[in-house]
Each structure stands twice: as structure tokens, then as C-alpha cells.
Unconditional design. Structure first.
Length: 470
């Protein structure tokens, strides 16, 4: 497994370097710039963090140090321009959580630092010289601290015994950490992993609280480790604590929130989030993912359309599972138009949380073809719900050059104070291009079949789908 992971990570690294035009320039860049060292390990069996000395190609991410002029300018946040929404961002790179055996593991701190660096340099034609980062409010640097959750906040989602096992890893030797990681699917551990996971979840909850309490309009938590595969009693898929599930439960328990919509557009099904809320009528979980009849990670038939929830939560779990590759913008837009938006409008949430994985993006590992602009359009649609209180949390997305562009598109949609008008224009254009055709006849036939199956299953729970099913 480690050999396969290493091969994919090295290929990803080479793809990023070639695409960004930086091949062969790493040594010169390292010599001339301050560097942030992240996710590096020598392969030596120690757990003291990334070593101090490595060769230039050994997992460095070229960026700026905390003392550099660029880093200081990045801290000058909140440079909104006219028409901007109050969009908050939080970055948690979890630099003490890394694979000690594979320094090029695709899920490593460089994912977060790359996004931050990209947003700190990216501008648009209408941004009046402000970078996207400067137009946002970066709450990850306020007072140099983050909100700490109580243990009970985790226990609303995760089992006590599981949390005890996680907490004990902080004092395990490396051999024991490896033994513990082998108990789960696609997991690696350091002594600091659980602390890093708690910081990620706490950062998201703080952002949610600020949005719900009207300090900000919306936000994006660019955090790791990801969370949607973490089940109540089981880690997996690089996930330990289910960030979005913890945030949804936190919002309902501690904030003036009655109902939460969770939209998961990661290419992998969020099995952990689904299990957390199967019985809960106040949380609507909607996932669009590769299913392949249960043969795509996390390899579970429970990711299919017939898993709708239990008891009072029946009908509150909606799965649209693709059974083929190459699904792109048209398929995702039709899912939103035919299923998600009608159900979400009827559900009428107070808060929208997005498990924003970008491995369905064209060129990433999911073999799908979703563009950054499509993610932007989906975000604009979600902003029409819950009074615009939308908070995204990063899940997957492993080709950094692609990940940065996707996050940029979503953040720009969150920032855009005129997004409602754009959404209306996009909807008119969508139906104009459609003409008299049935939209399901205009997309991939396998995707249309998946959507019809989900509509048929859920038509008994939602008034808005009854007509579609006739």
C-alpha cells in the first residue's frame, strides 16, 4: 500500500511541477526564497517531526516564512472591495501530522500551504489590486489562537471508546502508532495527529459560530486532516475526527440553528458523515460521489441510493452515486437542478455546510471532469439557501495546482455579493440552452439513471419530487 501511495504522490508532484512550469527550478528557488518546510520525513523511524536538513527535492514547499515581508502583508486581512460579502477563511496545515514513511504522501501539509500561497497572490480584474486572500477575513491568525472544543463536542459524533483510543496515541511509540494505523483503511499517525485533527475541527466550529452569529456572511475552512470518512467509532481515508459532522452537531446544540444541510461533493462518499446522522431529522445529508456499485472507495453498498436514513431521520440521507467515470459539469448541475435544490428548499435549513472535496475535478484522482467554474456555480446556488450562511470545509483534492484553482473559484463565489443575480442569469441561460429537451436526456446516460434512481427512492419523502416521479 505504501509503495502504491508513494508512486501516486511522486507522479502528482511531477505533474504539479510540469504544469506550473517549475521543473528544474527548485534548487534555485530554495536558494533565493525563504521556505516553509512541511510534511518532510527522512524515512528514519522517529516521531520528532520533519528533519531539519534534507535535499532540496525532499518535500519542501516553496513559500514564505513567518518573518518575511510577504507573510506580514498576508496578515493584513479584510481588504474588502465594494460589493464583497464578508467572507472568512481559516487555514490549518497540521504540520505535525505527516506520513513518517512517505514524505510525498498526497495528503500532506503542502496541500493547505499551497492554497494559502496561491490565494495570497491571486487577483481578479475587478479586485482593485487586492489579492483574494486580502479580500477575506483570515480568522486563523486572530490572536494566534483557535477556539478549543470540549470533549462532549466530539462525543456527540464519536463514541467514547474511540476517542479514548485516539487520545492515547499521543504517547505511543512509533511501532505502536504503526500497529494502530494498520487497524484502519488508509491511515497514518504521529503522536500529534489527534491534536492536529482537534485543531481542524475546532477551527471549523469557530468559523461556523462566527457565520451563524452574523460576524461574517460565509466562510471556507482550508483544513486538514479531512474528516468525512471518520465514522463514530472508526478512522479511515485519512480522516480521524469528522470535522463537518462535529460542526453540524455543534451548531444545533450550541448555536441558534435548528436544521443543517450538509452537501458533500467529494468524489468519495462521506460514509462517516452519513453514519453520524442516519437517525437525525434535523440534518439533511446530500452526497454526490463515485459509487461504481460499491466498488469505489470506501467500497460500501451503503453509499447507494436506497440508504435513506432510519426512524425520524428517514428521507434525510440522499445519495447520488455515479456508476461510471468522466462525470462533469453538466451532470453535477443537473443533480443540483433536479434533486438537491428542490429538496434543500423544502427542507429549509438554517445553515449549509459543504464537505468541499475537489478530487472530482478534472485532472485529479477521481476520474471525473468537474471544472473550477462549475464548483463556483454550485456554490452560488447554495448561497440562495439559509440566508446565505454557507461554510465550506476542505476534504479531498490532491493535485495541488488543480486544488488551488478550485478553492479560488469557490472563495470568489462566496465573496461575490452579486452572486444571486449571477445565479439567476445562469439558470435562465441553462433553461434557454435546454429548450424543450428533458435535462436528463442531455447528460451521460449512466448519470441520468443514477439520478432517476435517487428521485424514485426519495419521492415518498419530498413533495417536490412527487411530480418528477410520475
Amino acid at each position: 500500500k505504501r509503495a502504491n501511495s508513494s508512486l501516486f504522490s511522486i507522479a502528482t508532484l511531477l505533474d504539479n511541477s510540469i504544469e506550473e512550469g517549475n521543473a528544474g527550478e527548485g534548487v534555485e528557488q530554495l536558494a533565493s526564497l525563504n521556505c516553509v518546510q512541511v510534511g518532510r520525513c527522512s524515512g528514519v523511524d522517529n516521531n520528532d517531526g520533519p528533519p531539519d536538513e534534507e535535499s532540496p527535492d525532499d518535500g519542501y514547499y516553496v513559500g514564505c516564512s513567518e518573518d518575511s515581508e510577504e507573510a506580514n502583508s498576508m496578515a493584513a486581512v479584510g481588504g474588502r472591495i465594494n460589493g464583497d460579502s464578508r467572507t472568512a477563511v481559516v487555514f490549518e496545515a497540521a504540520e505535525k501530522h505527516f506520513d513518517r514513511h512517505n514524505k510525498f504522501h498526497k495528503e500532506r501539509p503542502a496541500r493547505i500551504l499551497s492554497v494559502r500561497d496561491y490565494l495570497s497572490k491571486s487577483t481578479t480584474s475587478s479586485s482593485v489590486g487586492k489579492t483574494i486572500f486580502e479580500r477575506c477575513h483570515d480568522i486563523s491568525v486572530e490572536n494566534g489562537t483557535t477556539m478549543c472544543l470540549e470533549e462532549e463536542d466530539y462525543l456527540r459524533v464519536h463514541l467514547p471508546g474511540y476517542m479514548q483510543i485516539l487520545n492515547r496515541t499521543s504517547c505511543c511509540c512509533n511501532d505502536r502508532l504503526d500497529d494502530e494505523a494498520e487497524q484502519y483503511k488508509s491511515i497514518y499517525l504521529t503522536n500529534d495527529t489527534v491534536e492536529m485533527a482537534k485543531i481542524a475541527a475546532s477551527s471549523l466550529c469557530r468559523l461556523v459560530a462566527d457565520v451563524v452569529n452574523d460576524k461574517y456572511d460565509n466562510g471556507f475552512a482550508v483544513i486538514r486532516p479531512p474528516g468525512h470518512h471518520a465514522e463514530p467509532g472508526y478512522a479511515g481515508g485519512y480522516c480521524f475526527i469528522n470535522n463537518v459532522a462535529v460542526a453540524a452537531s455543534y451548531a444545533i446544540e450550541r448555536l441558534p440553528v435548528r436544521k443543517v444541510l450538509i452537501v458533500d461533493w467529494d468524489v468519495h462518499h462521506g460514509n462517516g458523515t452519513q453514519k453520524a446522522f442516519l437517525d437525525d431529522p434535523n440534518v439533511l445529508y446530500f452526497s454526490i460521489h463515485r459509487f461504481d456499485n460499491g466498488n469505489f472507495f470506501p467500497f460500501s453498498k451503503d453509499a447507494g441510493p436506497r440508504i435513506v436514513g432510519n426512524g425520524d431521520g428517514e428521507g434525510r440521507n440522499v445519495n447520488v452515486g455515479w456508476n461510471d467515470k468522466r462525470m462533469g459539469d453538466d451532470e453535477y448541475l443537473v443533480v443540483f437542478e433536479k434533486l438537491l435544490m428542490p429538496i434543500a428548499t423544502e427542507f429549509d435549513p438554517d445553515l449549509v455546510l459543504v464537505s468541499a472535496g475537489f478530487d472530482a475535478a478534472k485532472g485529479d484522482m477521481g476520474d471525473c471532469n468537474v471544472t473550477p467554474e462549475c464548483f463556483s456555480r454550485l456554490t452560488r446556488q447554495l448561497k440562495t439557501l439559509a440566508g446565505g450562511k454557507v461554510v465550506c470545509a476542505l476534504e479531498g483534492g490532491y493535485v495541488r495546482s488543480i486544488l488551488c484553482k478550485c478553492v479560488e473559484s469557490v472563495v470568489l463565489a462566496l465573496l461575490d455579493g452579486a452572486s444571486d443575480d449571477k445565479f439567476k442569469d445562469e439558470t435562465k441561460s441553462f433553461y434557454k440552452n435546454l429548450g424543450d429537451k428533458e435535462m436528463l436526456d442531455c447528460i451521460d446516460s449512466s448519470a441520468a439513471k443514477s439520478i432517476r434512481e435517487t428521485i424514485a427512492v426519495h419521492s415518498q419523502y419530498w413533495q417536490c419530487l412527487k411530480k418528477s416521479c410520475k
